[in-house]
Write a protein of this length. Structure first.
Length: 763
């Protein structure tokens, strides 16, 4: 969080420093920020499903305001990594991103980091449709803030929050005034194409101040920078992200508030972000020293396009009723996610030196073939949550007592299709017959839970929060296999079922030594459900995979220094990860199948920090970062892992430093300039159970990158110029030692140097 300079009345300073939560505010005009006398911005968060100042929460929370997201053009998950300690991503394409919090990543198909929009769950709770990478990557336009909660959050947010949570908080319609904004921008990648964006919102009150509607829309064109020598096309990996949000707030009485919200977004990628590198496709067990080197610049030779689409939608009704002794909240929602991917699998290796193009082409007798892999994943998710929470200022036996309790239910339906088509290299437009084969999975999951949390203030300076959740899941799946070349005759397998449940808890003591210092501890458990596997023809007994669990221990210190001009937040943590879910390979007569399994255990430990400093009026300095040591604590031969191996795509050190200076240039116009330097340390690629095809656990080098921004603004107009990745660094975000044409490898890199300009008008 970037601090800002401001003068605050003494009464507001006291509330920010001492109260557990700021006074309740009408839903139409929530209390979002306060500023202490030194100028450090304090954002109000809802990590515990009640409004609290972020610096008072006994939890590891990073909050980024909507204003900061907008000004820094941080529009997707990839843009947040330098702002949030403990956050890393595994990304081989814009539409397929695995969120990793505090290092919890072993390559499993289920997610360990949940995503919610205004407390509405977005992620599938199960793992039957690659939920770990089919993450809704929502645009951040017109948000109040993003909250990133690190460490298990399962007691309040359920199974998908085993390692943490990404919380998108939208702007609430304002019943008091008309408002709106429009912005447009243009940008371009070095030696790439031109992109741009158009965004806007409007807020309209009606019914004599008892209701309002807020409409937001965005459309962004993402520049491409990868050329394809096979097709002669340049900048093939352009993308488009567009969507809208509509929200209606109605307050027929002072005690009743109803909010109806709909949001829909589509992210289209014209080609994957892969670039050919030297790789080790022919010698995976003895890779060359230069395997990560670019083969021929930012190029990737494929005959077929690698297109993908991630479409998500959320519809919900939030009803809040003030009972005067408590608040009753009901959230009814429906979420939808569709992930579609077409990829050129021609050069994917079946064995070292043998590609799918050669293997399947020979089966048809046409010589080398061209292979198209189609994947389609659909998830429909209904959610219902009801909770009752105490009013601010509640007491028990003369001491402060905050509490909430509730029940949650979700039902999700999953449809997953995977199919291969083979074409002759001489006629890539014609699919050969009989079909190559594939599978279609249909699954359902039901989850129920009861949960609660109480916070008792033994002293004005000391309190303890206790949380608990008991939940269960029931799942079933059925698989249809399609003939003919790869998987044999068509068949429908019997329905497989799985049931499990767990009890979760959290304990968070908090001690305010004085107005400037708070120490907190947190012991919390997390949970990810198991489930049935894909049924495989010819194998009569395929076990379900079991749930895995986390136990998190952490201690944090928050300290204000030098008349509150410096804010320090440091946390140390240790996480035990038990019965870790991993991908598991089963060899059959029809070829290898990837299933879900459990293997061994792991531990994640580290230190996270966030430091903000306002040394003089107009100048703000901030530094965030983390040191992470996350590794297996027992051998996991099924995935090619050994005790002591580091978990994949988790940097050992990440750090970012930002400086911003603001000054008045003319009347009510202010100018600003800011610069950010970021460092991403060494990390390893994923494990591979088939080391004869893919090398397991490749060490990726560290990299540095920087960005600079400058602009002029007043309350109505703003104009900003920016440059990202100033040094044009080639930081690797994903690597595979095979898959490139001519037995080369493939890697994905951060976006090259990008220069842009954006203008905004408010009304």
């Amino acid at each position: 969080m970037t601090p800002a300079v401001a003068q605050t009345p003494p009464s507001q300073t006291t509330a920010a420093s001492n109260s557990v939560a700021p006074p309740a505010a009408p839903p139409s005009k929530p209390v979002e920020k306060a500023r202490n006398e030194g100028g450090i911005e304090a954002i109000v968060v809802t990590a515990n499903k009640r409004r609290e100042l972020q610096r008072n929460v006994a939890n590891s929370v990073t909050a980024i305001s909507g204003q900061e997201l907008d000004r820094k053009q941080e529009v997707r998950l990839q843009d947040l990594v330098s702002q949030v300690p403990g956050l890393s991503l595994e990304a081989d394409d814009k539409t397929a991103v695995r969120i990793v919090l505090r290092g919890l990543n072993a390559g499993g198909a289920g997610t360990t980091a949940g995503s919610v929009l205004d407390d509405v769950p977005l992620n599938p709770a199960g793992a039957q449709n690659n939920a770990a990478v089919n993450t809704p990557n929502l645009d951040t336009y017109d948000l109040q803030r993003i909250e990133v909660l690190r460490g298990p959050q399962s007691t309040l947010y359920g199974a998908t929050a085993e390692g943490g949570l990404i919380k998108y908080v939208t702007n609430i319609p304002d019943v008091t005034k008309y408002s709106g904004a429009v912005e447009t921008g243009v940008d371009g990648a070095t030696a790439g194409s031109i992109g741009g964006s158009t965004k806007g919102f409007v807020n309209v009150p009606f019914w004599d101040g008892k209701a309002a509607i807020r409409l937001s829309a965005w459309n962004e064109w993402i520049p491409g920078y990868i050329d394809n020598p096979d097709t002669g096309k340049s900048n093939t990996n352009t993308a488009q992200q567009y969507g809208w949000r509509a929200s209606i707030l109605v307050q027929p009485t002072p005690d009743l508030t109803v909010r109806l919200t709909a949001e829909r977004q589509t992210l289209l990628s014209d080609n994957a972000d892969f670039v050919q590198v030297v790789g080790a496709a022919l010698t995976p067990q003895t890779p060359p020293a230069n395997q990560l080197d670019l083969l021929d610049g930012l190029r990737n030779a494929t005959v077929l396009p690698n297109t993908s689409q991630n479409e998500s939608a959320v519809y919900y009704a939030n009803v809040d009723y003030d009972l005067h002794w408590a608040n009753l909240t009901s959230i009814t929602s429906y979420a939808y996610n569709n992930f579609t991917n077409f990829s050129d699998a021609t050069n994917t290796n079946v064995a070292a030196g043998l590609t799918y193009g050669e293997y399947l082409g020979s089966s048809y007798g046409v010589g080398p073939g061209v292979i198209d892999e189609r994947q389609n994943s659909n998830t429909d998710k209904f959610n219902q949550e009801v909770r009752l929470s105490s009013q601010p200022g509640s007491t028990l036996f003369g001491h402060g007592f905050d509490w909430l309790g509730g029940a949650f239910y979700t039902h999700e339906t999953v449809a997953f299709l995977q199919f291969l088509d083979t074409r002759a290299a001489s006629q890539p437009g014609t699919v050969l017959s009989p079909p190559t084969g594939g599978l279609d999975l249909f699954g359902q999951l039901s989850e129920w839970a009861v949960f609660g949390q109480v916070d008792y203030h033994f002293l004005p300076s000391f309190d303890v929060a206790l949380g608990g959740r008991f939940e269960g899941t029931s799942q079933h799946s059925q698989t249809s296999q399609f003939c003919c070349i790869l998987y044999g005759p068509s068949s429908v397998t019997p329905t497989l079922t799985s049931n499990d449940h767990d009890a979760l808890y959290s304990i968070a003591p908090r001690w305010r030594l004085n107005d400037n210092t708070m120490i907190y501890g947190r012991l919390a458990t997390g949970y990810r459900p198991g489930g049935p596997n894909i049924a495989v023809a010819g194998i009569t007994s395929i076990p379900s995979y079991g749930p895995d669990r986390t136990v998190n221990y952490e201690v944090g210190v928050r300290q204000d220094l030098f008349n509150k001009t410096v804010a320090v937040d440091i946390t140390g943590y240790y996480i035990d990860w038990l019965n870790v879910q991993v991908p598991s390979i089963v060899d059959t007569a029809d070829g290898p199948f990837t299933l879900n399994g459990n293997a061994a255990s792991a531990v994640s430990k580290g230190v996270e920090w966030s430091i903000n400093w306002v040394p003089l009026r107009g100048l703000t300095l901030s530094a965030v970062g983390d040191y992470t040591d996350t590794r297996l604590t027992a051998d996991a031969p099924g995935i090619g892992g050994a005790e002591g191996d580091f978990l994949p795509y988790v940097p050992n050190i990440s750090a970012s430093v930002t400086a911003e200076y603001r000054w008045r240039v003319y009347r009510d116009y202010n100018a600003y300039v800011s610069g950010t330097w970021s460092f991403v340390g060494e990390r390893y690629t994923g494990f591979s159970p088939t080391t004869a095809v893919a090398e397991s656990h490749v060490l990726l080098p560290s990299y540095n990158t920087g960005a600079i921004r400058g602009g002029v603004e007043n309350k109505r107009y703003s104009l900003e110029a920016f440059i990202t990745n100033i040094s044009d660094e080639r930081g690797i975000t994903f690597y595979s030692n095979s898959g490139g044409a001519g037995e080369t490898g493939q890697a994905a890199f951060i976006q090259p140097r990008t220069i842009g300009l954006v203008g905004r008008v408010k009304f």
